[in-house]
Design a protein around this ligand. Structure first.
Ligand code: DON
Length: 570
């Protein structure tokens, strides 16, 4: 088929996909959605359909993931992006596993103390708010690299659904309506963003409205035509660099032209005979995940009982230890050559840490060391499996919901505020939440430390399930609890991701717990051990796919916590 025919065909398929979706993708929170040829679980029902449609065309899991990611840059502006960054874990049915790092980088003009006033305090939250909070975006380079390595369909075909959605429009959901409205103060601050997120007359988009993004369609068109150069060079790069220059930003054409995504060796662990494949630095995710699983492997969790007080205690103590190590040691591998990753993920280190856990009493979290503030939960994760059993686990983000809230004028896409993930105050570490350790201080071109934990679990080196979630630092703990639910408690993936969960991150020394889901008896027994609870409405928004090793049947589950999330399968 000629390109133009493929495009027309895809357009028809995407429109009919909405119809299919209603029939084939409804899930309850306890039952995974099954398929034979391909499954996508994402936070955007439209994007899940796009991914499955690509597999219907003969694309593999990587093709579907790329198309889903570009579609989410249109349909899920909360976190779907081309102006941010993220990570992709791939595990082929043939046993090959690899990691793609497309994390944002600090611009060349950034400095260690760029956010500080004369007293050494962060000026007006400037590491999170405003144009200086923007890191050099990585998503387009990462998707292109994954495509070059493992894609099978023409690049242009993978962009087309996103372009169509941006150009022809998509329906505004209640959830989008709510969040566009909630952020109105920001739109009033940035006229280039108001043009996108408010109607022409300045009123709010209503549920059911068709939302068109012409500038974004044009930017995606340039990426379709020129690959990564359509973003990092030429018109898009000029629009971005000029916008920066006009608004006191520091990202230059040179920063953009020099950005490179990297393929990295994943973090690998072994938990009760299952292979864990997850993200290495600059994410802390894989390292902390494997470390916690190693500690917990020494306990008979099944016998202790799911979400019993003792179980929650052991989880908390494992979290406390891994997050302390995270704060102390982790940053961008390229700038911190001596990070003790091999030691942190070793069974020996886990055994040593396990031996310090007291069964009836919470340990101290020494506040004199390094504290870590809670983060909001606005990232997005999706998981894909294709008919051959290849899996992709992809988490990407703009950092906060809608990132910096700043749209590049004329280019139609949101910029991240990922610079906030660096330690902004070197050497300053307080219990109230500032962390100043060296590995994650700002250096030009360094990647900021992340918690994103896209993960694939395999049995006999054949992918069994892929999972991940948004949620700032809670990401690692949500992913771990999903894995325990499946391996230790035989839950199907839908139950595993919907089960109530907790989060502890060493400091602040408090346990965040999804309220209303743990019994008063359990809470009392847990608190008796000395733990302090913070109630939380919701932790994370996990998306998972699974392949039954006996039958080859595929399935997917979207977290019931996700307002617009859904599985598409065929
Ligand atoms: O990379 C990270 O770990 C964070 N920027 C992820 C952001 C997130 O989940 C939302 N919260 N801040």
């Amino acid at each position: 088929m000629k390109l133009i025919q493929v495009r027309t065909f895809l357009t028809i398929c995407i429109s009919t996909a909405f119809l299919f979706a209603a029939i084939t993708t409804e899930a309850t929170s306890r039952h995974p959605v099954r398929g034979i040829n391909g499954v996508v679980a994402s936070s955007s029902y439209i994007a899940s359909d796009v991914g499955v449609e690509i597999m219907r065309q003969g694309g593999n899991a990587v093709d579907a993931a790329i198309a889903t990611a570009f579609a989410m840059a249109v349909t899920w502006p909360t976190a779907g992006n081309i102006g941010g960054g993220g990570f992709l874990i791939y595990h082929g049915a043939n046993g090959e596993a690899t990691a793609f790092d497309f994390r944002e980088k600090a611009p060349k003009a950034s400095t260690k103390t760029m956010y500080l006033d004369d007293e050494g305090n962060v000026k007006a939250n400037s590491n999170h708010d405003g144009i200086l909070a923007v890191g050099v975006p990585g998503t387009v380079a990462g998707l292109e690299l994954a495509h070059q390595r493992l894609g099978s369909m023409p690049w242009a075909d993978l962009l087309q659904p996103a372009i169509d959605l941006a150009r022809n429009g998509m329906p505004i959901s209640w959830n989008l309506h709510d969040s566009f409205k909630r952020l109105n103060e920001w739109w009033q601050l940035y006229p280039s963003s108001a043009k996108i997120f408010l109607r022409d007359d300045g009123s709010f988009y209503q549920p059911g409205d068709t939302w068109k993004q012409a500038d974004l369609a044009a930017t995606l068109g340039r990426i379709q035509e020129h690959g990564k150069d359509g973003f990092y060079k030429g018109e898009t790069a000029n629009l971005l660099a000029n916008f920066m220059a006009a608004n006191d930003g520091i990202i230059t054409l040179d920063d953009l032209a020099q950005y490179e995504a990297k393929e990295r060796e994943p973090i690998r662990g072994n938990y009760r005979g299952y292979q864990i494949v997850s993200m290495p630095p600059p994410s802390s995710g894989g390292t902390a995940l494997v470390q916690m699983l190693n500690i917990l492997e020494g306990f008979n969790l099944r016998e202790i009982g799911h979400n019993s007080a003792l179980y929650l205690h052991l989880l908390t103590e494992s979290m406390r230890r891994a997050y302390a190590d995270r704060a102390k040691h982790l940053g961008d591998l390229d700038f911190n050559e001596r990070m003790p990753i091999a030691d942190l993920i070793s069974k020996k280190h886990a055994a040593k840490q396990r031996s310090t856990i007291v069964m009836h009493k919470a340990s101290e979290s020494d506040p004199a060391r390094f504290a870590q503030p809670y983060e909001s939960e606005e990232t997005t994760h999706f998981s894909v499996v294709d008919k051959s059993g290849n899996m992709v686990s992809l988490t990407y983000t703009l950092e906060h919901g809608y990132g910096s809230k700043i749209v590049v004028d004329g280019a139609g896409f949101l910029l991240n505020n990922e610079m906030g993930d660096f330690n902004a105050q070197p050497g300053v570490t307080t219990e109230s939440g500032t962390i100043g350790t060296r590995p994650n201080q700002i250096r030009p071109e360094q990647r900021m430390l992340s918690s994103m934990t896209p993960t694939i679990v395999a049995k006999n080196n054949i992918p069994l399930f892929a999972t991940g979630t948004p949620g700032g630092r809670t990401i690692i703990n949500t992913t771990m609890q999903t894995i325990l639910n499946i391996i230790d408690f035989d839950m199907n993936i839908a139950r595993a991701i919907s089960a109530p969960r907790i989060h502890h991150q060493w400091l602040p020394n408090r346990t965040r717990m999804e309220s209303g889901f743990f019994s008063a008896d359990t809470i009392a027994l847990y608190e008796q051990r000395g733990h302090i609870i913070d109630n939380s409405d919701s932790i994370g928004s996990a998306m998972a796919v699974y392949r039954n090793p006996e039958t080859g049947v595929l399935s997917g589950a979207a977290d019931p916590r996700a307002a617009d999330g859904r599985v598409a399968a065929f």
